[in-house]
Design a protein around this ligand. Structure first.
Ligand SMILES: *[C@@H]1O[C@H](CO)[C@@H](O)[C@H](O)[C@H]1NC(C)=O
Ligand SMILES: *[C@@H]1O[C@H](CO)[C@@H](O)[C@H](O)[C@H]1NC(C)=O
Ligand SMILES: *[C@@H]1O[C@H](CO)[C@@H](O)[C@H](O)[C@H]1NC(C)=O
Length: 194
């Protein structure tokens, strides 16, 4: 009898069956790969639409520029800027005046992405610092043809109060200094979130 059991235990298929039984059992007990929680279990109530309005300061020329070129193509020139890549930490203020209330920063990258016009790929986050938005972020991914009067960029997501965000941002140049390259851009952001 003992001999037979020993023979069974030492057989590989028998061991594997035992092992897989226990590992399946452990998986069910301790973790899951996918499930369907109710939105309220994440604290999500009704979806709402918010409209944010602020001014974006792209400061290229200053003692402490907020927009710095970090890369370019060998063929990039002032008259043919295709290939230039700029990193920004641009202040967002409530009025066009740079010294008005700071509501956040636009942090990310823009790159000259067209060979025939001043059109940029913009990838950045709005990191908000004001009121109930303090600490929440929105992520922007869009095309910006800077000489168009209105440009529309996609809001592709968010965090904090902007979890599950989606929407769009309208950008309008408020002032552009040809000599310094510094720009103030008015933003209207329309975003659905909870
Ligand atoms: C903003 O404040 C700084 C520092 O106080 C000052 O140097 C600058 O002239 C002000 N800018 C404007 C547009 O008022
Ligand atoms: C935003 O939050 C930070 C950290 O919680 C805090 O230090 C700061 O004072 C807040 N700013 C505003 C404008 O409420
Ligand atoms: C939003 O961005 C800030 C950085 O500005 C970061 O510290 C914070 O964790 C982000 N907020 C959330 C809710 O992820």
């Amino acid at each position: 009898m003992a001999n037979i059991l020993l023979k069974h235990c030492s057989s590989l298929p028998f061991l594997l069956t035992i092992l897989s039984f226990f590992s399946t059992f452990a998986t069910i007990e301790s973790q899951f790969f996918s499930r369907n929680p109710s939105p309220s279990s994440l604290g999500l109530k009704r979806e709402k639409l918010s409209h944010l309005h602020f001014y974006f300061h792209d400061i290229v020329t200053a003692k402490n520029p907020t927009a710095v070129r970090v890369a370019q193509a060998p063929t990039t020139t002032l008259s043919s800027p295709f290939g230039a890549v700029v990193m920004i930490d641009d202040p967002l203020t409530i009025n066009p005046d740079i010294n008005s209330t700071l509501v956040g920063k636009a942090q990310g990258i823009y790159a000259l992405a067209s060979q025939s016009e001043a059109s940029m790929l913009m990838v950045y986050n709005f990191a908000f610092m004001e009121g109930k938005y303090n600490g929440s972020n929105l992520s922007v991914l869009g095309r910006n043809s800077v000489f168009d009067s209105v440009r529309e960029l996609s809001i592709v997501g968010g965090s904090g109060v902007f979890r599950f965000a989606r929407g769009y941002a309208e950008a309008r140049t408020h002032t552009f200094d040809l000599k310094t390259g510094n720009a103030v851009v008015e933003y209207n952001v329309y975003v659905f979130h909870y």
